[in-house]
Write a protein that binds this ligand. Sequence first.
Ligand code: TXA
Ligand code: MG
Length: 345
Amino acid sequence: MPVRSKALSSVRPRPLRARTYTGTPRNLATLARVLRSGGLVAAPTETVYGLAANALDADACKHIFLSKARPQTDPLIVHIEAIADLAKLAVVNPAALVLAKIFWPGPLTLVLPKTALVPAIVSAGLPSVAVRMPAHPLFRRLLRLAGVPLAAPSANPFGYVSPTTAQHVRDGLGDKISHILDGGPCSVGLESTIVDLRQPARPRVLRPGAITRAQLEQALGVPVLAPARRRTPATAVAQIAPGLLTRHYSPRTPVQLHTRLTTREVSSGDPREAWVFIAKPPVLRGKNIHWFDHRGDLPRVAQRLFALLRELDQAGFTRLHIELAPGRAGLADAINDRLRRAAAI
Ligand code: TXA
Ligand code: MG
């Protein structure tokens, strides 16, 4: 009797090879089916690409953590299609509704007490949940077609720079996931502003983003607290708001930050080290001279920030010297927050 032998390699699980989809109605219907049946889809939001799963399906959400190698102590953000869906997931208060009406759909995440509908794995066992209504038309269509809220952290391996293109997702997770929806580069480029509204009279920003503290204060009519100054140690696994881990969004190349880069400093520097300006410097040119935006326009700096960090991280420089955005308010605050995390060891 012939013995059927199978080469060992053929029984080993093959690494997944992500397929990239454009946003055609047919593809969106396919991807919505994947989500409804417990699968994962990486998809664009206006901030960064997210790795989405049905937020009400604990097993599907567990796969998010596995694919990203993300500790299960780091809670996920849940994305909804309409403000009316918020009350299913969270205990809503008037301040939350005020912000939702003004800033949704958009790059703002609200932290509120959670309802029983939210699986413990989504909130990392916390009694609260983070919810946002994204503005990206493709993500919104996916939400509508899937008919369920979608839990989605940034679609990158845990601790690395967030992805702002489908290619970034493929670079980081291409052998871990099967479906990537390509919607082009993200328009905002930084993760959403997270505001803690568990105590609505004392709102606090947990993570700065494109929606500023001043905008939130104007909408709410009360002071909004800044993120707590003391961050958790670089290597710790945070318990309360782990996105606040100091080392996050980090390239592998060491990063050194500068309040202002001067021509003299740069021209006497080591050519194996890169110098990154906020705006195009007047005279310096060379393979190691870079800038985020020609004019230093902050929305454009934000949009390009992660892409340039990734590009330079792969270019073989021994160090990245990066200039901080000028000022402390608004978008500069969010940009510098990400740069400081990129620099933390
Ligand atoms: O712009 C964004 O927010 C993107 C896109 C995909 O929507 N998502 C994103 O997710 O940045 P992620 O996983 O990279 O960040 C989630 C962070 C957590 O690390 C934590 O800081 C905060 O959201 N978070 C989630 N649930 C929370 C909760 N219950 N309490 C406090 N913070 C929470
Ligand atoms: Mg992230």
